[in-house]
Design a protein around this ligand. Structure first.
Ligand code: FAQ
Length: 320
């Protein structure tokens, strides 16, 4: 059998990369990396950044209708954090040799995805609490292991993001706790919101491992540290006692403790729904993208002004 000859220099670079991965050390922007590794990181980090930016919309929808000044201040801070997360992640992605404008273009043209969860509507103020509790809770489960991802700039961005996500989750839980201690109508509002967000939150972890085309290679490269199903299970195990403490019912009749497995058993999410949402056919996909395109167009003058200012500053610095 004939094999393609590998240049000695390339073989040495590949060996150095493999050794770094095997030692759980970090790959840094100037290190050599295989094309597939670079492409995988650009895909995942960019989709993560897009998710943070699109993820501002469902909650942003409630800033003007927050029930008190305190709730408004908390929600404003949270949504601003999400913008910040998007910026750290776009910056981490740019270290891989791709321009932010190109990443934004890929989002706006539909060539890159963002998390399915942000294509669901926010119908009541309880949804702000549920997003904090369940959606940020799922995000934390998924992102804490990413602090140890093999690519340095991504892992370092994740450390800061996870600290802020913890605050987001707590504010969501605290909001729901307050509502659960309120009136019957408020309790019903929380339960209705949890009923709508439970299954979409489980889908945030991606398709089941057997149908996840990227997991095996991403784990071999240390980009992902756990599989989709492992993290989904961790999230369920973490959330069930919190639901009990809150006094809400998770809408899954199959949910029960399995002492043999030392984990909760739970029902199968409707994977055809995840596929439909990822393909653009979720309840709010069209609205979310239309809003993002309009915001991008509205911001054109800011980008032009910043570019002109940067060019003038560079020219002045050159003249000095
Ligand atoms: N939605 O082979 P896999 C947040 C796609 S941030 C949409 O398993 P992979 C903070 C996947 O891209 C939430 N698409 O893929 C916040 C792939 O398509 P591609 C975002 C999905 O990459 C809270 C295909 O399906 N977090 O919540 C989804 O190995 C509150 C096959 O899937 C991150 O991005 C989905 N749910 O695993 C903000 C974390 N699942 O690209 C505001 C980083 C899968 O081949 C408010 N990302 N797909 O065309 C990851 O950990 C991974 O990328 C996974 C997917 C686990 C999401």
């Amino acid at each position: 059998m004939s094999t393609t000859p590998v240049e000695p220099a390339e073989a040495a670079r590949q060996a150095a990369f493999d050794a770094t991965i095997a030692h759980h050390d970090r790959i840094e922007p100037r290190d050599w990396m295989p094309d597939g590794y670079r492409k995988t990181l650009i895909r995942q980090i960019a989709q993560h950044a897009h998710s943070e930016i699109i993820g501002m919309q469902p909650e942003g929808n409630w800033i003007g209708r927050a029930p008190s000044l305190r709730r408004k201040a908390i929600l404003l801070a949270k949504v601003q954090d999400e913008a910040g997360h998007g910026l750290y992640l776009y910056s981490a992605c740019e270290t891989l040799g791709i321009a932010r404008s190109e990443l934004v273009d890929m989002l706006l043209s539909g060539r890159q995805k963002y998390s399915s969860i942000f294509n669901y509507p926010t119908l009541s103020y309880a949804d702000v609490g549920t997003i904090g509790w369940l959606v940020d809770g799922a995000a934390i489960c998924n992102q804490v292991p990413l602090c140890r991802t093999s690519y340095g700039p991504y892992g370092r961005a994740m450390i800061r993001i996870c600290k802020e996500e913890s605050f987001h989750q707590r504010q969501g839980y605290e909001l729901l706790r307050t509502m659960m201690d309120g009136t019957d109508a408020q309790r019903a509002m929380v339960q209705e919101s949890v009923d709508r967000f439970w299954w979409p939150s489980l889908m945030m972890f991606g398709p089941p491992d057997a149908e996840s085309p990227n997991t095996e290679q991403s784990m071999a490269w240390g980009v992902k540290r756990n599989s989709n199903d492992e993290l989904r299970q961790k999230f369920v195990d973490m959330t069930v006692p919190q639901a009990q403490a809150l006094g809400v019912t998770l809408p899954d009749p199959a949910l029960r403790w399995n002492a043999e497995r030392d984990h909760h058993d739970f029902g199968e999410p409707d994977w055809s729904e995840l596929t439909a949402v990822i393909r653009g056919n979720g309840p709010c996909n069209t609205e979310r993208m239309a809003h993002r395109r309009a915001a991008h167009e509205d911001g054109a003058w800011v980008r032009e002004a910043a570019t002109a200012f940067a060019a003038r500053s560079a020219a002045k610095a050159g003249a000095r």
